[in-house]
Design a protein around this ligand. Structure first.
Ligand code: ZN
Length: 193
């Protein structure tokens, strides 16, 4: 999530939990965005829904934390990885290949693309529920998740349109679309456009 998306989420949460400020400071939004940089907004919104419906909240009445959101995101990633592995194994078996090798390969596949796809699907579902145009909303979410392509990364030095890599290696990031500083630069560019 970008700081702007964190603000959007806070505004929503404040409707459910009055202890959460509707408009937190820029510092708070940036700090949350840093911790949740790989979590798509749509997933965080689902995490909020899940949390405030949970038995844990009913019992403790604790405010939602970044940890609650990350835990929810991790469980979705685990499911996606398992699903990915099943699919890879099935394809491998159909093609007469070694299923185990395919599973091993799938484990190391970046789930970044899955995260993009998931965010778009969730946004579309949400739009339908809210009576908005799902295609238009999906396009907007997709554009904002791909916004990093428009700027270079000052952290790893990736050029425009080139994916971020772990510094000193050729390895692409597995979960985040790009490094937080690049996401923020891209978001600032979009906001100023
Ligand atoms: Zn980078």
């Amino acid at each position: 999530m970008t700081p702007a998306e964190v603000l959007e989420m806070f505004a929503e949460v404040s409707n459910i939990d009055p202890r959460v400020p509707a408009a937190p400071t820029r510092e708070i939004a940036t700090a949350w965005a840093r911790l949740l940089d790989d979590v798509p907004l749509a997933v965080a919104q689902d995490a909020v829904r899940d949390y405030y419906r949970s038995a844990r909240y009913a019992k403790t009445h604790d405010r939602i934390s970044t940890g609650d959101i990350v835990q929810f995101w991790e469980s979705i990633c685990d499911e996606a990885r398992a699903e990915n592995r099943r699919r890879m194994e099935l394809v491998a078996i159909q093609e007469g290949l070694d299923g185990r090798a395919a599973i091993e390969a799938a484990k190391h596949k970046p789930i970044r693309r899955f995260a993009d796809q998931f965010a778009v699907e969730q946004a579309r579902k949400r739009a339908r529920r809210d009576g908005l145009d799902p295609d238009e909303v999906a396009r907007e979410v997709s554009r904002s998740r791909q916004a990093w392509r428009e700027v270079p990364c000052s952290y790893c030095g990736a050029a425009v349109r080139q994916p971020c890599t772990v510094p000193g290696t050729q390895r692409e990031l597995r979960k985040s679309p790009a490094h937080p500083v690049r996401m923020q630069a891209a978001a600032a560019l979009r906001e100023s456009a």
